[in-house]
Design a protein around this ligand. Structure first.
Ligand code: FES
Length: 137
């Protein structure tokens, strides 16, 4: 076996690095293409600061139109049973109507008690002026 030299090892490392960068992008792209998108409403029908609830594959989802963009989350509070679309949307903060827990619509993260479990978020996009949602996972 020839003695180790840094030069003979580098091409293999470069190749591995390129491979590692390309594959995740390809998987990400295919994953987005494989999503099933569901029509919500037109962009005009959901003004900024408003929410709209819908059922997708037996899952209660709420779409929130904020200044930062459109976000979709599970519509049932993670604390107890309450429909989040019956609460309030203040900027990126979605506030539960029952006990007042609040969530970041961008990530589903809990911003205020009594909830301690985040809301599941879903994918959104605008296609031909129509808001569409695809369930995550
Ligand atoms: S049900 Fe939402 S905070 Fe209790």
């Amino acid at each position: 076996m020839p003695p180790f030299t840094g030069q003979t090892q580098w091409p293999a490392c470069e190749s591995s690095i390129r491979f590692a960068k390309v594959i995740p992008l390809a998987i990400w792209s295919n994953t987005l293409n494989d999503l099933t998108w569901h029509r919500v409403c037109t962009l005009q029908e959901l003004a900024e600061g408003k929410m709209r609830a819908l059922i997708i594959d037996n899952r209660d989802v709420v779409v929130c139109h904020t200044r930062e963009g459109l976000y979709a989350l599970d519509n049932i509070c993670s604390h107890a049973y309450a429909k989040m679309d019956e609460g309030r949307l203040r900027g990126i903060r979605l506030i539960c109507p029952l006990h007042g827990a609040s969530f970041d619509v961008r990530t589903g993260a809990v911003l205020g008690a009594p909830a301690n479990t985040p809301l599941v978020t879903h994918h959104t996009r605008i296609s031909d002026e129509t808001i569409e949602v695809a369930l995550a996972g």
